[in-house]
Design a protein around this ligand. Structure first.
Ligand code: HEM
Ligand SMILES: CC(C)=CCC/C(C)=C/CC/C(C)=C/COP(=O)(O)OP(=O)(O)O
Length: 312
């Protein structure tokens, strides 16, 4: 085990005075925003409708679960975060939130999320929520992350559940399309994360985390980023050619994912030197986030156009 909060004690030089903004930061709001969006899109793209109040409860539950899981992640990794430049200013390592307050906050959010989902929507959706929290906190954070460079390939499942949950909240059923939505996020995660890992590699190396560029080297990581990005082209278009999404989604997915693959080409083919500013990697990482927002947004637009009879 590389790090636990039991090893982490805030320094006396940083007295504890938590602000609500620190608790918000524990929930990783940037990531939660995209998770909520994909969950909402899963819900809106599903055939059928949901009472808006229940729909709101389901989205709130996904936000609480993702935020709670992120807070558990920061509680568990406080010592590790204190050793990396990118994460050293987070609320626990910076001494602004006590580890046990962070843990209680995380438990509160996760508990509330499962309860609200179970009572408002049903226990199938609530069970998938439990699995996704467990996946991020236990399978990814505690087990895989400190042990294997495949940590995020397998751990990618954690963030892939929300559209599935959104869909199940409407239909009460798991069919091919929500499984495809799960697969899209699952296979998007490695190029999303490894692009970033390339330019913060030294941080992970210093902290002893076996991320792909640290363990297998840049060359191997670059090839894998390109391979996953190329595989995304047919995968993201699958809801269209398998007949569960329309032509608007089909064309948009080819354009958006084509761009993703194009941006991955210079990342895959180049060799970086010591003074490299890693521009292609930074561009790919930034685009990966815009891409997922856009792809899921188009899926919903396509569904609206189909329901209005504008497209077949
Ligand atoms: C195991 C899987 C994943 C890993 C290891 C990972 C890792 C990261 C890291 C290290 C950052 C930089 C965050 C920072 O500097 O604080 C980041 C940013 C981000 N990630 Fe991921 N990520 C994963 C999956 C996902 C998923 C599934 C989503 C959403 C569906 C997502 C959405 C985002 C967003 C929106 C940002 C930008 C956050 C901001 O601007 O505040 N990530 N990711
Ligand atoms: C509903 C639900 C529970 C959703 C799961 C939330 C989610 C998007 C999980 C994905 C994993 C993620 C953002 C990892 C960040 O890596 P890290 O934690 O290793 O990054 P760090 O180094 O910045 O801490």
């Amino acid at each position: 085990m590389t790090s636990t909060t039991t090893l982490f004690t805030p320094t006396a030089a940083t007295p504890m005075s938590s602000h609500w903004r620190d608790f918000l930061a524990l929930a990783k709001p940037g990531v939660v925003r995209l998770v909520v969006f994909t969950g909402l899109c899963g819900m809106l793209a599903a055939p059928g409708s949901i009472n808006p109040v229940l729909g709101f409860a389901a989205i709130l539950s996904i936000a609480l679960a993702a935020g709670g899981a992120a807070a558990f992640n920061q509680w568990y990794e406080a010592d590790l975060d204190s050793r990396m430049k990118r994460t050293a200013r987070r609320p626990i390592p910076a001494g602004r939130v006590a580890p046990k307050d962070a843990r209680d906050f995380a438990a509160l959010l996760c508990g509330a999320s499962v309860l609200v989902m179970g009572l408002a929507i049903g226990w199938l959706a609530a069970s998938i929520l439990v699995v996704s929290i467990f996946y991020y906190v236990v399978v990814y954070t505690m087990w895989l992350k400190p042990r294997t460079p495949q940590n995020i390939v397998i751990g990618g499942g954690a963030g892939a559940f929300p559209p599935l949950i959104g869909w199940v909240a409407v239909t009460g059923d798991i069919t091919l399309t929500p499984i495809l939505l799960f697969a899209i996020i699952f296979f998007w995660t490695p190029p999303h994360f490894w692009a970033l890992a390339m330019f913060v590699k030294s941080d992970y190396a210093k902290a002893g985390i076996p991320m792909m560029p640290v363990v297998r080297g840049e060359r191997a990581t670059r090839w894998q980023i390109l391979a996953y990005a190329l595989f995304m082209v047919p995968l993201a278009a699958a809801p269209w050619y398998l007949g569960t999404a329309g032509i608007v989604y089909g064309v948009a997915s080819l354009v958006l994912t084509g761009m993703f693959a194009l941006l991955a080409v210079p990342v895959g083919l180049r060799t970086s030197g010591a003074q490299d500013t890693m521009k292609p990697e930074k561009r790919l990482f930034a685009y990966s986030i815009i891409y997922l927002f856009a792809l899921f947004g188009v899926l919903v637009i396509d569904r609206v156009l189909q329901d209005a009879g504008v497209i077949g």
